[in-house]
Write a protein that binds this ligand. Sequence first.
Ligand SMILES: Nc1nc2c(c(=O)[nH]1)N[C@H]1C(S)=C(S)[C@@H](COP(=O)(O)OP(=O)(O)OC[C@H]3O[C@@H](n4cnc5c(=O)[nH]c(N)nc54)[C@H](O)[C@@H]3O)O[C@H]1N2
Ligand SMILES: Nc1nc2c(c(=O)[nH]1)N[C@H]1C(S)=C(S)[C@@H](COP(=O)(O)OP(=O)(O)OC[C@H]3O[C@@H](n4cnc5c(=O)[nH]c(N)nc54)[C@H](O)[C@@H]3O)O[C@H]1N2
Ligand code: SF4
Ligand SMILES: [Mo]
Length: 777
Amino acid sequence: MAAGLPMMPVARAVAEAVNSKDACTWCACVINCGQRCALRVFSHNGQVIRIETDNTQPDTLGPRQLRACQRGRSMRERIYSPDRLRFPMKRVGERGEGKFERISWDEALDTIAKEWTRIKNQYGNDSIYWQYCSGQQSLVSSRRAWQRLMNLMGGYLQYYGSYSNAQGAAAFPKTYGGRPSSLPSEIANAELYVLFGNNPSVTRPSGGGKGFQIDAALTRHRPKKIIVIDPAFTDTCTARADQWIPIRPGTDAALISALAYEFITNGWIDQAFLDRYCVGFDEKTLPKSAPAKSDYKSYILGAGPDGTAKTPEWAAPITGIPVDVIRSLAREMAMTKPLFVSQGWGPQRQANGEATCRAIAMVPILLGQVGLPGTNTGAHEGNTSFPAVYLPIGKNPVKATIPVYMWTDAILRGPEMTRRNSALHGAEKLRTGIKMIVNSGGNTMINQHGDCNWTDKVLRDTSKCEFILVCDNMMTPSARYADILLPDTLGPETNDAACQGGSHGDVACMLAIQEAVKPMYDQKSSFEICRLLAAKLGLEEKFTEGRSQMGWVKWCYEETRKKVPQLPDFATFWKDGMAKVWGYRKDPIALEAFRKDPMKHPLKTPSGKIEIYSEQLARETADWEIPEGDVISPIPIFYRTWDMPGDPEGKAFPLQCFGFHGHGRIHSTFHNLPKLRYLHPDMVVMNPIDAEARGIKDGEKVVVFNRRGGVMLPARVTPRIMPGVITIPQGAWYKPTMVNGMRIDVGGCINTLAGHRPSAYAKGNAQHNILVEVRKA
Ligand SMILES: Nc1nc2c(c(=O)[nH]1)N[C@H]1C(S)=C(S)[C@@H](COP(=O)(O)OP(=O)(O)OC[C@H]3O[C@@H](n4cnc5c(=O)[nH]c(N)nc54)[C@H](O)[C@@H]3O)O[C@H]1N2
Ligand SMILES: Nc1nc2c(c(=O)[nH]1)N[C@H]1C(S)=C(S)[C@@H](COP(=O)(O)OP(=O)(O)OC[C@H]3O[C@@H](n4cnc5c(=O)[nH]c(N)nc54)[C@H](O)[C@@H]3O)O[C@H]1N2
Ligand code: SF4
Ligand SMILES: [Mo]
């Protein structure tokens, strides 16, 4: 090209674009992907014409760019999407039918203020629910604005936990008193790196994310071996691993038990570590309240109540992993140190997820591979973050708090829910059911919650939940259930700021979100909507405290800077578009201080030690009403639950099914963008053995079904998934359609197949427990 050829039209266009005088402003991708990337927005004549990313540092693995992925870079397509909400609307058909009519902002806000006041007066503030909405993670114009207004209105029913990690967040701290984890940089000091249900190549891909820090560590020193234990051969296997061990979903605790059997019977455990730092490995460190033989060693060797030794022969048919693979894995783990064990959140999104996440931690604990260079605790690789200050939301006078996955129950039968049967926090029982929902920046109202067909019925009944307010950018499946539907701005249409997400590796940061263009239609920012609504409710002064949206952005930044003096002044930050702080976290090795001196640096568990047996868990749940099929155990045992092989109700549905977090979307966000759909089509991933048995060929349309419903998608026949298990990327938009007299979700949303029954202890989303059958469409 350089040798005198005329410039090709594309090359010319690129060169012109690069050298253009188009305005360039900064923005951030604030979707809930755990990361946060910088975007450069090029605009011309009031239109966004191109999106690029951070160019302020070298594109190396060292201090580097906060590079956005293909999803973040599709901001322009989002802004101009035909699904974009343009005007405030009110429902005119039946709820859920999706029929709306344009109204003025004044009418929309009046209706909301009237309904809110009515419901508050009639049923009380605990009947008003703030829905889990993870889609907008900026500091000011986000859920924070809504929650601030809701508190000024007297409060709201809250939830605890998250759809991400409910079981893990509740159970893992029972072992460690928190969720300590080593930074990915420690992998460079390890000789064996084992990942359980963890796919950082896909779930942590950004320039600031852990995925890059893992790669940086691997270039410094690559462990002798990297092993991925996952039902699917993920891109992390392709890109990083030496060995893939496929495992049946929900059975990691069985594998761990067999590994523990091998460690104990071969004399590979670190007995001195277990005696000094841990509670409940064997009878001599069991708490006094614990029954005889309730220790972990008795459970493993078969001396406990179930009388079964957890041999590799016992685990092989449960996990689908051959006996010799279990034995050699155990030997490798015991012989190759330092050992770095991590887990993603796939394994814990199961009905037995509480025990599973604690079980995975048993590998480093039994081998004493905790608190030393090159080791981890068995948690997700650690992250770096500084304490950024968000828009203050004030205090919520309503103390009752429900588990995040039980809001549909709270609509249907709120007053029946108690601490003992529904793990309520802050109250012994609920006084009333949910009568109003505020949903801004979320799609868990149907798409991301389990059992869409059932949720649809719950929401359609306007005598239960009387008023639903949805604020979003797109006409999503959840938006269809709104009574009033409000159009929000997107990043380049407003001023805000963001900080690093929870999955940043070695860099923490602040990112500017700058107005590049005016909204094309009648969209307003969440902050502005809440301000106008506050004015209708006589709360404007309290809401703004005299500050504009930009005033609050500055305030949040300056308050953050008081805590993080490495940050530059606001004017510099706003001009540069971002401020990166490298190496903010100073303790790369989890529990290093505890390991050195456990008396001086005890854990936050009741005993100050690692609790293999959690007396606290046993006490807390002693008077709970536990439904048939649920198990809560103070030690991390394996147990089967519903919707796993062996469930009599699931006999007609022989395949296990789960959803994964894929490249093409963040949950349901970005689903409606044609380019991303073209690159990452929705599909049912199935093994050739299962496909052949059903006469299904690659690319053919299939129906996946169970007692809750059916979805229709093309099959992707590949050995990248183990036999007996299928997987579907989660987040596709639910689109129930009548096909030959059957209601089929032609959108391909996995939650049409998932249940709404919560897990036993955390009452979390067991959305990976699904049994199905598949046939040609
Ligand atoms: N590209 C992309 N990245 C994302 C997101 C996204 O939607 N897309 N979402 C973000 C968010 S909010 C979250 S919470 C995280 C989610 O992060 P994760 O929960 O870690 O992601 P998943 O893909 O659900 O699960 C991780 C892996 O677990 C495997 N797995 C499933 N069940 C089991 C099991 O029982 N045992 C074992 N050993 N493995 C199992 C899956 O095959 C998958 O490869 O990702 C974040 N990053
Ligand atoms: N079966 C199954 N279900 C799952 C999962 C799974 O693995 N399997 N994963 C679960 C997990 S980990 C999570 S975190 C949840 C995620 O569930 P959600 O929190 O519902 O996340 P999204 O689906 O990304 O929906 C975010 C919404 O925010 C909107 N949005 C984006 N930006 C803005 C904005 O600036 N303003 C406003 N008002 N709206 C905006 C988007 O258009 C989108 O509708 O899903 C859970 N559901
Ligand atoms: S990695 Fe996550 S935060 Fe970064 S651009 Fe992609 S979706 Fe957005
Ligand atoms: Mo999540």
